[in-house]
Design a protein around this ligand. Structure first.
Ligand SMILES: Cc1cc2nc3c(=O)[nH]c(=O)nc-3n(C[C@H](O)[C@H](O)[C@H](O)COP(=O)(O)OP(=O)(O)OC[C@H]3O[C@@H](n4cnc5c(N)ncnc54)[C@H](O)[C@@H]3O)c2cc1C
Length: 335
């Protein structure tokens, strides 16, 4: 949703359309108005499944609406954004030119939804269940930090090798920092699945606590890790000649001389630096840096989920036992 002033409830907003809501109804169905924002891939889908973005309270029934709307239903307008490179040599955007998907502002202007396409209509007590289920899976998908993070380590190691500094002490320190980050992200993702819970329908859901904590950890440190990649790869990340320059017969011998290193061609090096630029310092890089922090909820949301799911009573009870307060005799202290 557009959400307006974040501190005001949906019904308190100056403009009622800040959250998608029911504006009219008849015996055949309801009419909805509002805007769902940043919706991944909406313009390439046939059907839009809409549900409340957060818990709704008594009195907010008009906002407790979940339904399915065809993407081309009358009254639906989409405004798309994309990080796909436009009109450029796509070889310099090896990832963003191939892997891109639009995000849409989906505007609903009195869109009619027939009764058989409505899943929730005013039952405020179920609104958060739907929002929670999207958030958990989005965080879990965004937090599938296995090979994705290992690849960042690999890019940095390759850049160090090409610069001839792979065996420098400070490079070892930086690579080990990246490796620890990658290993902790993988451990968090594995723990989320290892501690999965089966819901009433028999579906396995990743652990809420591990999923949110890992997403938070990754988002908090991701940009610092990218700083390390940039430190190792150097200015060539943003200042590499284009592949078209390299293909120019007048420039090729000059660049071959300047870029020569054992084991790799000039083209290998240009491809690596353009890859690092595209994925960490340009189109895809900017998008994924912000998306890693926002999609599935921002850092504050992950902290709230952690506060709600961490077993604080157990932790406090353990503290009381070892200190010997709250009716406990002191146990052998932990070292
Ligand atoms: C690439 C991408 C794809 C996305 N795809 C989808 C999608 O398919 N479907 C979908 O539903 N959403 C999608 N989203 C939206 C995503 O869920 C939101 O961006 C995310 O929940 C954060 O909301 P926001 O951007 O409105 O941040 P904001 O709410 O504007 O946050 C700004 C700041 O305000 C703080 N804040 C917000 N509310 C409060 C409050 N009540 N009290 C105190 N502080 C507050 C936040 O913590 C943050 O610091 C996508 C986002 C991205 C980046």
């Amino acid at each position: 949703d557009a959400k307006g002033n974040r501190k005001q409830r949906p019904g308190e907003q100056d403009d009622k359309d800040m959250y998608v809501h029911v504006v009219d109804r008849n015996s055949e169905g309801v009419f909805i108005t509002g805007c769902k924002m940043h919706i991944s891939g909406a313009a390439i889908e046939h059907e839009l499944v809409i549900f409340p973005t957060k818990a709704m309270r008594k009195g907010e029934e008009e906002y407790a609406i979940a339904c399915s709307v065809p993407a081309n239903a009358p009254g639906v307008t989409m405004i798309n954004t994309t990080y796909a490179p436009h009109g450029k040599d796509t070889r310099h955007f090896p990832v963003s030119a191939k892997i891109n998907s639009p995000e849409a502002y989906i505007v609903f202007d009195k869109v009619f939804v027939p009764n058989d396409r409505i899943f929730l209509d005013g039952e405020v007590e179920y609104a958060s269940t739907l929002a929670y289920s999207l958030g958990l899976w989005e965080r879990s998908a965004g937090g599938g930090y296995g090979d994705r993070v290992d690849r960042i380590v690999g890019l940095a190691a390759l850049a160090a090798e090409m610069a001839g500094v792979a065996n420098e002490t400070h490079i070892h320190e930086k690579l080990s920092t990246l490796m620890i980050f990658a290993t902790m992200c993988r451990a968090g993702s594995d723990a989320a699945m290892h501690n999965a819970v089966k819901n009433e329908d028999g579906n396995l859901m990743p652990s809420t606590l591990y999923t949110s904590a890992t997403k938070y950890y990754h988002a908090e440190l991701h940009d610092k890790m990218i700083d390390i990649v940039h430190d190792i790869a150097g200015t060539l990340v943003v200042n590499s000649p284009t592949l078209a320059d390299y293909e120019n017969p007048a420039m090729k011998p000059i660049l071959d001389e300047l870029f020569q290193v054992p084991g790799y061609t000039t083209e290998d090096r240009l491809k690596l630096y353009h890859y690092i630029r595209d994925t960490t310092a340009d189109s895809y890089g900017g998008w994924s840096s912000v998306t890693g922090k926002q999609a599935g909820g921002g850092q504050y949301a992950q902290r709230l989920v952690t506060l709600r799911n961490f077993d604080l009573d157990r932790a406090k009870d353990m503290a009381k036992r070892i200190v010997g307060v709250g009716g406990y005799d002191a146990e052998t202290p932990f070292i």
